[in-house]
Design a protein around this ligand. Structure first.
Ligand SMILES: CC(C)(COP(=O)(O)OP(=O)(O)OC[C@H]1O[C@@H](n2cnc3c(N)ncnc32)[C@H](O)[C@@H]1OP(=O)(O)O)[C@@H](O)C(=O)NCCC(=O)NCCS
Length: 178
């Protein structure tokens, strides 16, 4: 599909984004079905970066959404470095499998890099994200603050070696409820 526009979300998109996240996660086993409320909390938080809250539009309809927010990595309780959490990414049911999710991920990474961010970390399906360059976070000595199979906790360097001197446990802001 080539008539996809990716652009920064505006407040007038909020209702459409809420509904699309709700419906995209509705039938997912590994979901608490609360992702639409997470986004509402994150938008109001100090770690929200408006430039990295993006929608995908097809023929004027919002069909996809991605959000990257700031997180810290702590090594023995001391700040080792900052990164971004990718959560969530969602595409409306009837538009999945057309490359829209991939476009959102790559565009968000590009815009993040342009803003000076160095890496992205996520919890997600091991069959999907590696094709965009994500690797197990443990390969960078980075770990989640919760129990999860290591193949589901992934990271990407937005430039070479940006995670080389960063290690430890990801600290999620309170808005994530972790
Ligand atoms: C995950 C999601 C954002 C992907 O968006 P999309 O536009 O459908 O993805 P793309 O078209 O870029 O990529 C489709 C490919 O990803 C695969 N894929 C999609 N979701 C997947 C999943 N959960 N696990 C493994 N593979 C997945 C498809 O099989 C397809 O593979 P192919 O390219 O080899 O045919 C979308 O399916 C979605 O909103 N799912 C429900 C919400 C969700 O799971 N969000 C991610 C939470 S970690």
């Amino acid at each position: 599909m080539n008539n996809i526009t990716i652009r920064q979300e505006t407040p007038s998109d909020y209702p459409a984004v809420f509904e699309l996240i709700k419906s995209a996660f509705e039938n997912l086993e590994h979901s608490d079905k609360q992702e639409q409320f997470l986004v509402e909390r994150l938008r109001k938080s100090k770690i929200f970066i408006p430039e990295l809250s993006l929608v995908a539009e097809v023929n004027g309809e919002v069909v996809g959404y991605i959000l990257l927010t700031e997180i810290s990595i702590l090594d023995n309780g001391q700040l080792s470095g900052n990164s971004l959490a990718l959560a969530p990414v969602a595409v409306l049911d009837g538009y999945q499998g057309m490359g829209i999710g991939g476009k959102l991920i790559l565009e968000a990474q590009k815009r993040a890099k342009d803003l000076g961010y160095e890496s992205v970390i996520l919890l997600g399906h091991e069959g999907y994200y590696p094709k965009f360059g994500y690797q197990k976070a443990e390969l960078f000595d980075i770990y989640p603050p919760f129990e999860v199979p290591s193949e589901n906790f992934m990271a990407i360097e937005l430039s070479e070696n940006t995670l080389k001197n960063i290690k430890g446990i990801v600290q999620y802001p309170v808005e994530f409820g972790i």
